[in-house]
Design a protein around this ligand. Sequence first.
Ligand code: COA
Length: 386
Amino acid sequence: MFEGPRAAIVGELPEIVKLVSWMFGFDRYGISINKVFPHVFCEENVENLRVITCDSRIVSHLSIWEGWLYFYGIRFKVGLIGCVCTHPDYRMRGYASMLVSDALAKLRRDGADIVMVSGARTLYSRAGCVESGILYDYRITADTIKLITDCRDILEVEAYTKDKILDLIELYQREPIRFRRSYEEFKILVDRMFTAGVEAEGYVSILLAYRMGKPVSYVALLRWPGSDLATVIEYAGSRTAILRMLYDAFRILNVERMRLQVPYGDWDLVTLLEGYGLKPKSSYAPASFAIIDPVRFVEKIEPYIEDRIGVNVGFKAVSCDDCIELYISGETMRIEDPRKLTAILFGRPSVVHNLRDGIHVDMEAIPKVFRRILPLPSISYGLNYI
Ligand SMILES: CC(C)(COP(=O)(O)OP(=O)(O)OC[C@H]1O[C@@H](n2cnc3c(N)ncnc32)[C@H](O)[C@@H]1OP(=O)(O)O)[C@@H](O)C(=O)NCCC(=O)NCCS
């Protein structure tokens, strides 16, 4: 007897946690998924844990986290979708596809502006999502990082401990693109590394830099067991200090290589890295994105556009029967596929995993006036990743 898609009930939480921990391989490390994503797999979020059951057994699952994103002072409602999985015995029956459609419908009902799905599959592109946004992918080796140590910035670098939470919050709050996190949410996202048991193994580390006793930046890093590679998962504050801290991170985490993904628009960090001779090999999308209502989204970003090119440019989007038209300064762009509009607004990276989505964006072919403002600076998950 098949049931769903529907919201899970509190009593089903342990079964969901078990299925997802197994499907994503966390159980191999003795880690339970509710410790990794405590803000998602909890009673308060049960409405956003969407399931399909067969004979009362959960066979397919998808998680949603709803929140807010600040983008240069504009507030967007965001829906993050992740942990999509179907038990191996029940695959290829369209269950995950149903859950994705159900999640997008729920997010539309809940008034979301932007949806971010952590993954790149036809499962998501068929539902209207597209790999977009640009993260420049830097690979830094222990040798190249030595160049950065000559920078004369006098910093004190310290490992994060729970009493430093306010320093992290202060630094994150200054970022132009960031998720809204209450004090409590920030604590949950940061302190989970203690509760998940990953910190004890040295997998997740947060380093803070202080100049004259004041916090100036932090980096959060992830290293998988047995790997000589650390990945920067979030940073905030002074870009010079961030680079200086990466030098310390090599030593503290005892790694040989580091991956640093820098969002399009963070020119401070990009130019600093270039100054040290580092260039990204490629760029990747932070997520598969969907814009729920393009006309409303374009209305919302108007202040950002006006700040850049003035108030009398007539920037707007109009929804027609078979396309969306974007207007600016007397120029028009007709876009048939809403996914293409998303890719134009957020940018398309150099590497796309799901080539079957059929989306091609040639920024050079776009009227020049649009290229003055697009793509928009990229959004990255940071610690909000699900
Ligand atoms: C990926 C996964 C969730 C799919 O679950 P599922 O219930 O078998 O999914 P569906 O039956 O709805 O779809 C299976 C495939 O057929 C495709 N499909 C389904 N209906 C289709 C249709 N009408 N026309 C064309 N393609 C269709 C889907 O797009 C999907 O393709 P993809 O895997 O390339 O994205 C499942 O394999 C899984 O749990 N994998 C392990 C965990 C994982 O990797 N999760 C995804 C993280 S991004």
